[in-house]
Write a protein that binds this ligand. Structure first.
Ligand SMILES: [Zn+2]
Length: 148
């Protein structure tokens, strides 16, 4: 990693620490803060914080720029390709990115069971609807089966 930045960080923190009394926690925080400030100026990677990096491509697998825990929510799912929020991504990824669900999962190395293409509310509704439809179909079938 950026050793220059680390050296600079150490110098700055040492000179600051010699002037003011810092607890070890404060010292660590200060090191991080100074490092991050310097690194961001230099355009390097930050020690912590959300990875807002430009999706780096590694062997065909794209690194999502959004934390995976944030992509499937109650009311929406986030498209990892463009960051759009939608209730369902199936049609979107096909139209906007020319990707089949399978390709999408592969591209971001996602587990379809963990990260479905629909929001939680939507899958819940679909589940209920399927149950209702199932019941309705049975009722309808019985009606239709009655002799006219
Ligand atoms: Zn998209």
């Amino acid at each position: 990693m950026a050793t220059e930045v680390l050296k600079l960080t150490a110098q700055i923190v040492i000179s600051h620490a010699s002037m003011s009394e810092l607890t070890s926690t404060e010292l660590v925080d200060e090191i991080k803060e100074v490092y991050n400030a310097l690194a961001s100026l230099e355009g390097g990677a930050l020690l912590e914080g959300p990875e807002l990096a430009k999706g780096k491509e590694v062997e065909g697998v794209k690194k999502p720029s959004i934390p995976l825990k944030d992509i499937v929510k109650e009311k929406y799912v986030v498209c990892l390709e463009c960051g759009k929020k939608m209730r369902t991504l199936k049609a979107h990824i096909r139209k906007a990115h020319n990707l089949m669900p399978k390709e999408y999962f592969k591209r971001f190395d996602l587990d379809p069971k963990k990260y479905p293409l629909v929001c939680k509310e939507y899958s819940e509704q679909r589940r209920k609807l399927a149950v209702e439809k199932g019941l309705g179909a049975k009722r309808g079938a019985r009606k239709a089966a009655k002799p006219a």
